[in-house]
Design a protein around this ligand. Structure first.
Ligand code: GAR
Length: 202
């Protein structure tokens, strides 16, 4: 049986789309996306899931009384769908150690820089590219890594470097990093982890 995957999203969901496209092209040989979990009811990613015929659930932190309740609701949706592996694809909520321990070596995340640069608490989305541009680095990129209790601190699975060009704005750079790195390495890393987990079951 293929490894059952949940993809966690909060916004546009272009990385989710890359995973869906990869799956439709037959690249996700050892995994199957069975659920999309969104932290926001208005995330465009939810429409992408619907178009692809993938079940989705929204768990909004605001509506939960606590971090524990937020995570309990997520876990119950994951259990119902039989999820074995989680891909964080632009998921903007922090998960507690309680949650990450439960899925140890089963959660991966894509981050839009070459870790350990421009990462950690408060570094997400465009802020990462703003920081890279204001530091003046000439090369940035993206990283896929396992998720543990330290934000962006888990073992690195794959990285891809991307050039910074004169005149780049955070938006232009974000798009280049997505196109040249994230949308390619995230699906490949997801397949590699899904394969390892599938082999572990047999
Ligand atoms: C992506 O660039 C992803 O790497 C980043 O948010 C964007 C989500 O875009 N994630 C982080 O910064 C996590 N620390 P998407 O919703 O279009 O995939």
């Amino acid at each position: 049986m293929k490894t059952k995957i949940a993809v966690f999203v909060s916004g546009g969901g272009t990385n989710l789309q890359a995973l869906i496209d990869f799956q439709n092209a037959g690249g996700l040989k050892d995994g199957e996306i069975v659920l999309v979990v969104s932290s926001s009811p208005t995330a465009y990613a939810l429409e992408r899931a619907a178009k692809a015929g993938i079940a989705s659930v929204t768990v909004s932190k605001k509506e939960c009384g606590s971090q524990a309740e937020f995570e309990e609701r997520i876990v119950s949706a994951l259990d119902q769908a039989g999820v074995e592996m989680i891909v964080l694809a632009g998921f903007m909520s922090i998960l507690s150690e309680n949650f990450t321990k439960r899925y140890e070596n089963r959660i991966i995340n894509v981050h839009p820089s070459l870790i350990p640069s421009f990462c950690g608490k408060g570094m997400y989305g465009l802020k990462v590219h703003e920081a890279a541009l204001s530091y003046g680095v000439k090369v940035t990129g993206a990283t896929v890594h396992f998720v543990n209790e330290i934000p962006d601190g888990g073992k690195i699975i794959m990285q891809r470097a991307v050039e910074i060009l004169d005149g780049d704005t955070p938006e232009v750079l974000q798009k280049r990093v997505m196109e040249q790195a994230e949308w390619d390495i995230l699906p490949k890393a997801a397949q590699a982890v899904a394969k390892a987990l599938r082999e572990e079951k047999n």
